[in-house]
Unconditional design. Structure first.
Length: 116
């Protein structure tokens, strides 16, 4: 059995999570974490801007939240894309620690028969 090669990911953008992000207010006092929905939303906005796609034509097929994201964390959004699939990852970039994915996922193009 032969494994398909992993797609090469392109880094779209690196950004720092603001320490005063409104989502931290209720998640969680004394130990703030960025909610997964907020992280996924940010990743999708970066992909939309970088790839110029219409999000209505795509569906999230996988989203795995792998590491907590805290105020001030530096994140890098990476992707690989073809006509029907976009793979993406949001990696934590922390000093003295190997980069780890905080989020990984896949988007699939909706075909006319699948559209809402």
């Amino acid at each position: 059995m032969t494994c398909a090669p992993k797609p090469i990911m392109t880094c779209a953008r690196t950004f720092t999570v603001p320490v005063d992000h409104p989502a931290f207010a209720g998640h969680f006092p004394g130990m703030p974490l960025l909610p997964g929905a907020a992280l996924l939303d940010e990743a999708l906005h970066v992909l939309e801007e970088e790839l110029g796609f219409d999000p209505v034509e795509w569906q999230i097929t996988t989203a795995k939240f792998l590491e907590p994201v805290r105020p001030g964390d530096v994140l890098a959004v990476e992707h690989s894309a073809d006509n029907d699939v976009i793979r993406f990852a949001v990696r934590l970039a922390k000093p003295d620690v190997a980069e780890r994915a905080a989020l990984s996922g896949t988007l699939a193009r909706l075909h006319a028969a699948d559209a809402p």
